[in-house]
Ligand binder design. Structure first.
Ligand code: ATP
Length: 455
C-alpha cells in the first residue's frame, strides 16, 4: 500500500482510510454534538444546509490534551474540570484542551481565539498530531487521524494540511523562490516543476520581482508572504495558521489579513486560524471558537458571538466591539408596512448595520432587506439604533435563504467584499433587480437607489 505518493492529489486519500470511531454516518458525523452543546450556537440556515451536503474537513469529538505525569488518567476523572491551578497542585498536570468538540466545514475560515494559555496552539497542533492528544477523536474527511501510521501522518502534514507559523521558518540561505519550492522539494516534486509552481505562488502573494532575494532582504510582512506562499504551493486541502501575523506591525498585519480574505474569497480554501486578537477573529472568521482554560466557551459566527454572547466572559470579551460593524441587517429588520416593500434602498441580508445606517441616512427613509428579489423586511432609524444600543431582537433568518458556495457564515466576509466589488471602493452598489423594482418612486427614480448595498 503506497500511502505516500507524491503525485497524489492533495486532499484525496490514497488508501482506504480508517474511519473515525463513533462516526454515525458519512453525511454528518457529530452534528448532534455541536447542536446539543449549550455554548454552541445553531448555525444560520445556509450554513446548516451546507453542513448537511458535505462532510466536515475536521471532525473533533471530546478531545483532551493533558500535559504531565500519567496524563491519561485525567479525562473522565473527578479532577478533570478542576481549575487549572488546583489541577496542577493535586496532580501535577495541565489540561491544555478539555473535552472539546467541533467540526470545521469545507471552505470556511474557522478561527480559534482566546487569551494566552487558553489552549489554542495545543488544540490546532493536535489536529495533525504535532501534539499527541490524550483522548478523544479527530476525523479528517472521515478518516481517523489518531489511527494513522507514520507514513499516513507525513502524508497528511505534507499534502493535506499545511501550517503557516508566526516565526516564518524560512531557510536563510535560500532565495524566495527556493523557500517557496521547499515544501514541494520534500514531496519529491521535480525541480523544473516545483520552480514553476513556486513562481506562480510568488505572483499570487504579491512578491513578483523579489524571487531571488534572501529572506534577510525582506521585511517581516514580505517574509510572512513567503511563508504563506510556501504553504499554498503544496495546494493543501486546509491551511492552518498559528498566530501568523502577531509579530507584524499593524499596517502590515492589516495587509496580510486582506491577503487571507482575498485568498479565501478567490479559492474558497478551508482555513483554521489561531489568534488572540478579537478584531482579527471578527474580520477573518466564518465561525469563531472562543477558548478559555482549554474549553470552547462559545462557537458561532462573529454575529453570534457579538450579538448573543453565551456568558459573562464572552460578553466582557466583546464589550468594546463596534456592534454596527459586525451585526447585519438580518438582525435589525422588522416587517415591511404599507408599501414599504416597494420602495427605498435595497440591502442584502448580509449588509452590516453600519452600511444600513448610511443607506437610511442618505435616503431619509427605511431601507429594504432584499434576497433573490424578495423583500425580507425593512430597517429604519429606530430599529438600527436598537441594534447599536444592544436592544435588538434575535436574528431572523429567512426560511428559503440561499446557500453560498462556502456554506457557513463566510458569507459575511464575502458579503462585504462583494459589496465593494459591486459598488467600488466605498462599498456602495447599484440596486439589485427585484420584484419591487417596477414600482417607480416619485420622480421616476428609486429613492436612494444609488446608496443600495448588495451582496
Ligand atoms: N509541553 C507542555 N508541557 C506542559 N504544559 C504545556 C505544554 N505546552 C503547553 N502547555 C500549557 O498548556 C496550556 C495551553 O497552552 P497553549 O500554548 O496551547 O495556549 P495558547 O492559547 O496557544 O497560548 P499563546 O496564545 O500564549 O500561544 C498553557 O497552560 C501552557 O502552559
Amino acid at each position: 500500500m503506497n500511502t505516500n505518493d507524491p503525485a497524489q492529489v492533495p486532499g484525496q486519500q490514497s488508501a482506504a482510510p480508517a474511519q473515525v470511531p463513533g462516526k454515525q454516518s458519512a453525511k454528518q458525523p457529530g452534528q448532534a454534538a455541536e447542536a446539543t452543546s449549550p455554548h454552541v450556537s445553531t448555525p444560520p440556515a445556509s450554513a446548516a444546509s451546507a453542513a448537511t451536503s458535505v462532510s466536515p474537513v475536521f471532525s473533533v469529538r471530546e478531545l483532551w490534551k493533558v500535559f504531565g505525569p500519567r496524563a491519561d488518567r485525567i479525562p473522565g476523572s473527578p479532577e478533570a474540570h478542576l481549575p487549572a491551578a488546583e489541577l496542577r497542585e493535586r496532580t501535577g498536570c495541565t489540561a491544555a484542551v478539555r473535552g472539546v468538540s467541533f467540526d470545521v466545514h469545507q471552505g470556511e475560515v474557522f478561527v480559534v481565539m482566546g487569551l494566552s494559555g487558553s489552549g489554542k496552539s495545543t488544540l490546532v497542533r493536535c489536529l495533525t498530531r504535532l501534539i499527541e492528544p490524550t483522548s478523544g477523536s479527530i476525523g479528517m474527511d472521515g478518516e481517523d487521524v489518531l489511527a494513522m501510521d507514520r507514513t499516513r501522518l507525513r502524508d497528511l502534514r505534507r499534502h493535506r494540511a499545511a501550517m503557516v507559523f508566526q516565526h516564518f521558518g524560512l531557510l536563510p540561505h535560500r532565495s524566495v523562490l527556493d523557500n517557496i519550492a521547499y515544501g514541494l522539494e520534500i514531496q519529491g516534486v521535480r525541480k523544473a516543476q516545483r520552480r514553476a509552481r513556486a513562481a506562480e505562488m510568488v505572483a499570487k502573494v504579491g512578491l513578483s520581482g523579489m524571487e531571488h532575494r534572501r529572506p534577510g532582504q525582506l521585511s517581516g510582512g514580505q517574509q510572512q508572504r513567503v511563508g504563506l506562499a510556501r504553504a499554498l504551493a503544496v495546494d493543501p486541502e486546509v491551511l492552518l495558521f498559528d498566530e501568523p501575523f502577531s509579530a507584524l506591525d499593524p499596517l502590515i498585519r492589516r495587509d496580510m489579513q486582506e491577503e487571507v480574505v482575498r485568498l479565501h474569497r478567490d479559492e474558497g480554501r478551508t482555513m483554521v486560524f489561531i489568534t488572540h486578537d478579537l478584531s482579527e477573529a471578527l474580520r477573518l472568521g466564518s465561525r469563531i471558537a472562543l477558548m478559555r482554560d482549554g474549553e470552547i466557551v462559545q462557537l458561532g459566527t462573529p454575529e453570534d458571538i457579538v450579538g448573543a454572547p453565551a456568558d459573562d466572559y464572552v460578553r466582557d470579551f466583546v464589550r468594546d466591539v463596534p456592534r454596527e460593524q459586525v451585526l447585519t441587517v438580518r438582525r435589525a429588520m422588522r416587517q415591511a408596512r404599507d408599501g414599504e416593500a416597494g420602495q427605498g434602498p435595497a440591502l442584502a441580508p448580509g449588509a452590516t448595520v453600519a452600511e444600513a445606517i448610511e443607506a437610511v441616512a442618505r435616503s431619509g427613509g427605511p431601507a429594504r432587506v432584499m434576497d433573490a428579489g424578495r423583500c425580507l423586511g425593512v430597517v429604519d432609524h429606530a430599529c438600527l439604533l436598537d441594534v447599536v444600543a444592544g436592544l435588538d431582537r434575535a436574528p431572523q433568518p429567512s426560511p428559503d435563504e440561499r446557500t453560498d458556495a462556502d456554506g457557513s457564515a463566510g458569507r459575511r466576509a464575502g458579503a462585504r467584499e462583494s459589496a465593494k466589488e459591486d459598488g467600488g471602493a466605498d462599498g456602495r452598489a447599484n440596486e439589485a433587480p427585484d420584484e419591487c423594482a417596477d414600482k417607480p418612486a416619485p420622480g421616476g427614480q428609486q429613492p436612494g437607489s444609488d446608496e443600495a448595498v448588495t451582496a
